[in-house]
Design a protein around this ligand. Structure first.
Ligand code: MD3
Ligand code: FE
Length: 202
């Protein structure tokens, strides 16, 4: 079912529940080319979340975060966004009321038990008018969703395997994070949560 948790933030519960195997195959195809890696934050901390990506890729170093079309190491373009992810992003954005959607960047986050993502804003994209589509697979997690100030109170939203959330309009710049993922086992994904976010970055 469809649930609006804040203006512009729409949860499509179970939207991709029946497409787990194809989505996981798409993730694994990308990961074979861009292996999971733990990035360093601009503050010098190693993230507990492992990341991979396709489309415009993600770079974090002492200069902060930045999107780039190519791997600065090899000069090669990052892998293309798999067709199934483009189709799903378009369908989800339409269903959530944002119209047709063509993302140019896809970040994949892998959470092992204990991994978390601290409260932050996504402000490195060039176009804040475009929504972000996120897909949750595997172990469940509790999403923290706040306001435009770090100190604003947060609501906690459980996200399960197959849930898709579209974040646009006034929710686009809200602080958000993921609470530490609990130990567990998912029959398809194993002991991980995988989140896929599709964006217009450049
Ligand atoms: C709300 N990832 O990669 S996805 C991230 O589950 C990130 O891996 C989380 O936050 C995860 O930056 C949450 C949902 C999400 C993504 C972007 C947002 C929620 C958002 C931007 C604005 C508001
Ligand atoms: Fe984020």
């Amino acid at each position: 079912w469809r649930e609006e948790i804040a203006p512009g933030a729409v949860v499509l519960h179970g939207f991709v529940r029946d497409h787990g195997p194809e989505l996981l195959a798409a993730v694994n195809g990308v990961v074979a080319q861009v292996p999971w890696r733990h990035m360093t934050t601009p503050g010098g901390f190693t993230m507990s979340v492992a990341m991979s990506w396709c489309g415009n890729g993600w770079n974090s170093d002492s200069n902060g975060y930045r999107y780039s079309q190519r791997d600065p190491g090899t000069g090669k373009s990052w892998p293309e966004i798999p067709a199934i992810l483009l189709a799903l992003a378009d369908e989800a954005a339409l269903q959530a009321g944002f119209g047709h959607y063509v993302p140019d960047s896809c970040l994949m986050n892998r959470y092992d038990p204990g991994s978390k993502l601290s409260l932050h804003q996504d402000i490195d994209e060039h176009d804040f008018t475009a929504p972000i589509v996120s897909v949750s697979l595997g172990l469940p997690a509790v999403f923290q969703f706040g306001g435009l100030q770090r100190s604003d109170r947060t609501q906690r939203i459980p996200l399960a395997h197959g849930d898709v959330v579209v974040w646009g309009g006034p929710s686009r710049l809200c602080f958000h994070g993921i609470m530490p993922v609990k130990e567990g086992y998912h029959s398809l994904v194993g002991s991980h949560r995988i989140n896929i976010t599709l964006r217009k970055a450049l």
